[in-house]
Design a protein around this ligand. Structure first.
Ligand code: AP5
Ligand code: ZN
Length: 215
């Protein structure tokens, strides 16, 4: 059973690695950002509450996040492990999640902390494009789709996220440093933290992850 948390600033490559890890180890990829975005798109009550925070690059309030994640990881497909991308993001969420794991008799395997400096992140985010249908991530310069605007995997339409403007990315980075970065200390003290250099190429980062997690 593998329970993995991906930590790192916006644009560190969490989503990019999450897709690969989920595929190789056969565990569900749970992205709180993706869950919120699909609720926004469908106009659900949760989406209406989350939208304003997200568009400004602020965090969605903890009480809306914790219960959502608990519900999701209690589902049958998570009984042999799962991968969290974008959660926990505050100390409150981390403690809440630890309590949940203890109650459900499960243990966190590892926290992969992907570190990348702000100077690398801004151009990455400005060039990011995402498939509307399957969520695969591209970059206009470094990882373009074979045909412009069309997903290589599923043929879906490729778009740019509203929160990927330079000003919002800067704010998201600031929020990350203030509220999420302290989690590295929290998980280091728990003996769970492994730090990766997210500025390396995606294949290199993934190689380091599989060396660590085994086959
Ligand atoms: P979320 O969707 O989680 O966004 P994020 O954490 O800001 O992370 P991103 O998805 O932007 O980046 P990533 O690290 O996945 O990078 P990616 O692989 O795409 O959250 C969005 C919002 O939702 C938050 O701001 C908040 O409002 C809300 N929210 C979500 N969870 C919450 C929570 N727990 N609590 C409260 N609020 C919450 O890569 C980026 C780009 O770089 C791509 O173009 C990619 O192709 C490229 N790239 C990736 N890796 C490499 C590499 N190694 N080298 C070169 N390019 C690369
Ligand atoms: Zn697609």
């Amino acid at each position: 059973m593998r329970i993995i948390v991906l930590l790192g600033p916006p644009g560190a490559g969490k989503g990019t690695q999450a897709v690969r890890i989920s595929h190789k180890y056969g565990i569900p990829h749970i992205s709180t950002g993706d869950i919120f975005r699909s609720n926004v798109k469908e106009g659900t009550p949760l989406g209406r509450k989350a939208e304003e925070y997200m568009n400004q690059g602020h965090l969605v309030p903890d009480e809306l996040v914790c219960e959502l994640v608990e519900d999701r990881v209690s589902k049958d497909d998570c009984q042999n492990g799962f991968l969290l991308d974008g959660f926990p993001r505050t100390l409150f969420q981390a403690r809440h999640f630890d309590d949940y794991l203890e109650r459900s008799g499960r243990e966190l395997t590892v926290v992969l902390d992907m570190q990348v400096g702000q100077e690398v992140l801004i151009p990455r985010m400005a060039g990011r494009r995402v498939c509307k249908n399957c969520g695969k991530t591209y970059h206009v310069k470094t990882m373009p789709p074979k045909q412009e605007g069309v997903c290589d995997v599923c043929g879906g339409e490729i778009y740019q996220r509203i929160d990927d403007t330079e000003a919002t990315v800067r704010n998201r980075f600031k929020v990350y440093m203030e509220q999420t970065h302290p989690l590295t200390e929290y998980y280091r003290n728990a003996g769970k933290l492994v730090t990766l250099d997210g500025a390396l190429a995606p294949d290199v980062v993934f190689g380091q992850i599989t060396d660590l997690l085994g086959d």
